[in-house]
Design a protein around this ligand. Structure first.
Ligand SMILES: Cc1cc2nc3c(=O)[nH]c(=O)nc-3n(C[C@H](O)[C@H](O)[C@H](O)COP(=O)(O)O)c2cc1C
Length: 219
């Protein structure tokens, strides 16, 4: 039996990302978010237009997407309700946010230099994706239930750094899906993604079929 409901939020379960970006004074900002998805080497983010991260992306155009695993849950929790903005917007005052200048310190995480972008990577995250901004547009402008100005941010991934512990082998470029345990946000709660449910029919055949540029390189 289904019931028609009107939930306050639609956070059905998405991986948590810690975005590092550069503040105007050159210091690093770090923000947890989970409205992110990938297609090829492109990525789309949904961000609160008032967030320091969005201001940084508009100005400097680069970031690192540090994907959180279950091991990073406490660090993510420490960053919740924190913002790098000095002037808190009304909705964040109402929600109990506070300004934090040193987000890496607040989270107990350490910076690692990036290779192609200025914002640092987060050493403790097993996946670090260096990226540059392609496009930023308003999002949800026709949605009367979206209470805050929001933006969609299209990114192009430039570099992928992965802890060997989650690779299928030291020389492999493939991720071991059992070893990689992304931290998921479901209805504001932090969850693990659990184990495999069923061997996937989609996963038949080489992963490289999704990347013709890899096949060309091999032949
Ligand atoms: C687990 C988690 C997921 C979040 N997901 C998002 C999100 O997808 N988009 C967003 O704009 N804010 C999200 N937030 C809230 C941001 O962290 C918040 O806007 C924060 O102010 C961003 O930091 P900044 O202002 O320093 O950029 C999330 C927070 C947490 C703890």
């Amino acid at each position: 039996m289904h019931r028609t409901i009107e939930p306050a939020i639609h956070y059905w379960g998405t991986p948590v990302v810690l975005i590092s970006s550069l503040n105007e004074d050159g210091s690093a900002n770090l923000a947890p978010m989970s409205s992110a998805w990938w297609l090829g080497w492109s990525c789309m983010l949904g961000l609160d237009a008032s967030s320091q991260t969005l201001l940084n992306l508009k100005r400097q155009g680069e970031c690192v997407l540090n994907l959180a695993s279950t091991a990073n849950a406490e660090a993510v929790n420490r960053l919740a309700l924190c913002t790098g903005t000095h002037q808190l917007p009304l909705h964040k005052q109402w929600l109990g946010y506070r300004h934090v200048a040193d987000k890496l310190g607040e989270a107990g995480l350490s910076a690692q230099p990036s290779e192609q972008v200025a914002p640092p990577r987060v050493r403790e995250c097993q996946v670090q994706l260096e990226a540059q901004v392609v496009d930023i547009r308003p999002f949800g402008t026709q949605d009367p239930r979206l209470p805050i100005a929001s933006c969609m941010v299209e990114l192009r991934l430039l570099r992928t750094h992965v802890d060997e512990a989650i690779l299928q082998g030291a020389q492999s470029e493939r991720i071991d899906a059992e070893a990689w345990q992304p931290l998921m946000m479901k209805f504001r709660q932090l969850h693990s993604s659990g184990g495999q449910v069923l061997p996937s029919r989609l996963a038949q055949g080489p992963e490289e079929r999704y990347a013709p540029w890899k096949l060309r390189r091999a032949s």
